[in-house]
Design a protein around this ligand. Structure first.
Ligand code: GDP
Length: 178
């Protein structure tokens, strides 16, 4: 009997090329994709039914690589607007894994007192022979930084639905009650 199901903003973070846009495109779906242009930013909204309950996620694919000073206001805004964060690295790129840790630290600094859901995602698991970051390292990193962990392949559409369902569950855990 709720008036309207709640809507949560989920922000994707991570180095360029790790697969953020590919993941969000799968989330949005080819048919029902809804691209909202907000100041040139990409946002995708979808209502998911998880454990019999509906939750609407607005997924923001707006993170940009660091550029000489000028971009920092936009980046710090990204760290402020999310109700939940998905930090993506590529298992084929150790540099992106190190960036993910750095992002987790920045996020903690920006949202100190808050207990925000964060999911660490190792993407591109289909590129088996190019793997530079083991699943154990990913899991250990998530444990150290107190976030959830999942490996995905946007190319094979593996674990992508599970990723966003996991985001919903993490949000609900912090909502209190059920
Ligand atoms: P973004 O810069 O983080 O948004 O990354 P993109 O989604 O644009 O992806 C960068 C490149 O990696 C593109 O060529 C994608 O097709 C490719 N890519 C993304 N996810 C995967 C994946 O799971 N497996 C493989 N093999 N390629 C991927």
């Amino acid at each position: 009997s709720g008036p309207r199901e709640p809507r949560y903003r989920v922000v994707l973070l991570g180095d360029p090329g790790v697969g953020k846009t590919s993941l969000v495109n799968l989330f949005a779906g080819v048919q029902e994709r809804e691209l909202l242009e907000q100041h040139g930013e990409a946002a995708y909204e979808r209502t998911l039914t998880v454990d019999g309950e509906e939750t609407t996620l607005l997924v923001l694919d707006i993170w940009e690589p660091e550029q000489r000073g000028e971009e920092s206001r936009r980046r710090s805004r990204c760290l402020q607007v999310g109700n939940a964060y998905v930090i993506v690295y590529s298992i084929t790129d150790r540099g992106s894994f190190e960036s993910a840790s750095e992002l987790r630290i920045q996020l903690r600094r920006a949202r100190q007192a808050e207990d925000i859901p964060i999911i660490l995602v190792g993407n591109k698991t289909d590129l088996v022979r190019c793997r530079e970051v083991s699943v154990e390292e990913g899991r250990a990193c998530a444990a150290v930084f107190d976030c959830k962990f999942i490996e995905t392949s946007a190319a094979l559409q593996h674990n992508v639905a599970e990723l966003f369902e996991g985001v919903v569950r993490q949000i609900r855990l912090r909502r209190g009650g059920k």
